[in-house]
Design a protein around this ligand. Structure first.
Ligand code: ZN
Length: 164
């Protein structure tokens, strides 16, 4: 029995495969052939997957060798598949933070260039709404992640009508 991945993008990762991706330590017999049935005597382990992928490293025929082969499947095969799918479907937080930084800079320059009590233009109010919406999404995504605590309500909303 191998390791089956169940997580984000599972369906996309398994698309095009017959049985999906199940990783395991492949037992290689003394004649160099592989067996899927567990045998007591064999030459080595290699990382393998039900999709046909094989690792390049040879591991000793021990429990530690099997674990190392499974680790190779995870890092060299599964994580690569997850990254490829995620890369096309996820916007990095750094890109969103860069967008927010640019909008804040533009707003600050616009506000600084005129009288303090002059109201925000429609475009500037729209920029504030975009910043707040993106920040809300980032905070929601970060709720379970370790790091600084989520700001209390009024944090970004209180700033929307004021100077940046
Ligand atoms: Zn696979």
């Amino acid at each position: 029995m191998g390791i089956v991945y169940c997580g984000p993008f599972t369906d996309a990762i398994n698309e095009g495969t017959r049985y999906g991706h199940e990783g395991y330590g492949v037992q290689v017999l003394h004649d160099g052939t592989e067996t899927r049935s567990w045998v007591r005597e064999f030459r080595e382990y290699r990382a393998g997957c039900d999709c046909g992928w094989r690792g390049r490293t040879v591991y000793p025929p021990t429990e530690a060798g099997e674990t190392a082969a499974q680790d190779e499947w995870d890092t060299e095969h599964l994580q690569v598949l997850i990254y490829k799918v995620a890369h096309g479907k996820v916007v990095p937080a750094t890109a969103l933070l860069g967008l927010i930084t640019g909008l804040r800079r533009e707003l600050s320059a616009a506000v600084a260039a005129r009288d303090f009590d002059e109201p925000l233009t429609e475009r500037e109010r729209g920029q504030c709404e975009v910043i707040e919406a993106i920040e809300r999404h980032l905070y929601d995504a970060a709720v379970d992640a370790p790091g600084p605590a989520r700001p209390t309500s009024g944090g970004t909303a209180a700033r929307s009508g004021g100077a940046w």
